[in-house]
Design a protein around this ligand. Structure first.
Ligand code: PLP
Length: 398
């Protein structure tokens, strides 16, 4: 079959590939310590589930307006204002089929063939592919472990060319947990203003930050609205990954263009899920702190466990729920080399140690592994035991 250039420019998400390899082993009865999935292991809060059940019972199962039901388009900016200090209206909000869809829409509407998008690395797997699908080029700007993997305005400025259209910041970051401080983020905004660029902020993990960080949106900065586009999602904050509701906040003209694309592709996001998201945006936020407290405990356990493995270094993630250790001592010419690359190493870990995780190459960070700690302390301990055993054998053999 002859596929289009555009589909040939992208690959299946590497995280999806790891999850499916682990699932195949699980189906054969193998017990996998699974650090693969990037989703909360908590159930969706009761009050949100109840709102969805009520919506079903009230037969809210018809098409809705393409950009989302009006109460939700009102509630999202109101929630964002309350929680993160922004100032958007319902007309500046579109509801989409998850945050990924929101990002895909924004890029398809604003980014053209030949354009460049500046993207700090490690980056979320889907960003470069979505940019390439639009015919544009992701221009990768490395961040440093010693800066907590937070993007810096000075590095971004060096990557800007006459073709640059957008800077894409994901803070807190998947996969590194890097959090850009408000000061630095404002410097990045100033840069975008100076060069007339869009600044897209992916805030999917906004509420999962650890001290001293606080939830922050660049949309709360002065004069942000001309340049800033926010994409967010109920997936992580409210443990609603399967419901598929995300949103874009930005200039009304952009929102209209997104609604136009949706009107010719997905139409509205699922009606029932929109009513559930409406409850998430208007109901209690009391479910969030206990989840964050649990992630904090797990973060402690996993980072300390990884640091105890000889040759492995691991920064404290400032947010999200991923540990991102450097395992280059076990690669290539490294001191305890057992694999050529992280991709090979992660295959070995899955086959020999029955530990599932995602190789750093998928995120533009060879030498690193991503371990999601959205799993119980017991499973984290089991996984760490397997990793310690696996790496100590490799160390002893070297
Ligand atoms: N952005 C980042 C950084 C993510 O990690 C994810 C999901 O893993 C998304 C966006 C998309 O989330 P969803 O489409 O589930 O709302």
């Amino acid at each position: 079959m002859q596929f289009t250039n555009r589909i040939n420019r992208i690959q299946v998400s590497a995280t999806a590939a790891v999850i499916s390899a682990a699932e195949q082993l699980k189906a054969k009865g193998v017990d996998i310590a699974d650090f693969g999935p990037g989703e909360p292991d908590f159930p969706t809060p009761e009050h949100i589930k109840k709102a969805a059940i009520k919506a079903i019972e009230e037969n809210r199962s018809k098409y809705t307006p393409t950009g989302g039901i009006s109460p939700l388009r009102e509630a999202i900016p109101a929630w964002h204002k309350r929680e993160l200090g922004s100032d958007f209206t319902a007309k500046e909000c579109a509801v989409s089929v998850g945050g990924k869809h929101a990002i895909f829409n924004v890029i398809s509407v604003l980014i053209d063939h030949g354009d460049e998008v500046v993207l700090p690395a490690p980056y979320w797997v889907s960003f470069p592919d979505i940019i390439k699908y639009a015919g544009a080029t992701p221009v990768i700007v490395p961040t440093r472990p010693e800066d907590g993997f937070a993007a810096k305005a000075s590095d971004i400025e060096r990557a800007i060319t006459s073709k640059t259209k957008m800077v894409l910041i994901n803070s807190p970051s998947n996969p590194s947990g890097g959090v850009v401080s408000p000061d630095e983020y404002e410097k990045i905004l100033a840069l975008c203003k100076k060069h007339n660029l869009y600044l897209m902020g992916d805030e999917c993990y906004s509420h999962f930050v650890y001290e001293p960080h606080k939830p922050f949106s660049i949309a709360s900065a002065k004069n942000a609205k001309d340049n800033v586009i926010i994409v967010g999602s109920v997936s992580k904050t409210f443990a609603m990954t399967g419901w598929r509701i995300g949103y874009t906040l930005g200039p009304e003209a952009l929102i209209q263009a997104i609604i136009k694309v949706q009107s010719q592709s997905t139409s509205n996001p699922t009606s029932i899920a929109q009513y559930a998201a409406l409850e998430a945006m208007t109901g209690t936020m009391d479910t969030v702190p206990p989840m964050l407290a649990e992630y904090k405990k797990r973060r402690e356990r996993i980072v300390n466990g990884l640091r105890a493995i000889p040759g492995v270094t691991c920064e404290w993630p400032g947010g999200a729920f991923y540990a991102f250790p450097n395992v280059s001592a076990y690669l290539g010419e490294g001191k305890h080399a057992i694999a050529k690359s992280c991709t090979d190493l992660s295959k070995l870990l899955l086959e020999k140690a029955h530990v599932a995780l995602v190789p750093g190459e998928a995120f533009g960070a060879p030498g690193f592994l991503r371990l999601s700690y959205a799993t119980s302390i017991e499973r984290i301990d089991e996984g760490l035991r397997r990793l310690e055993k696996f790496f100590s054998r490799a160390e002893a053999a070297s």
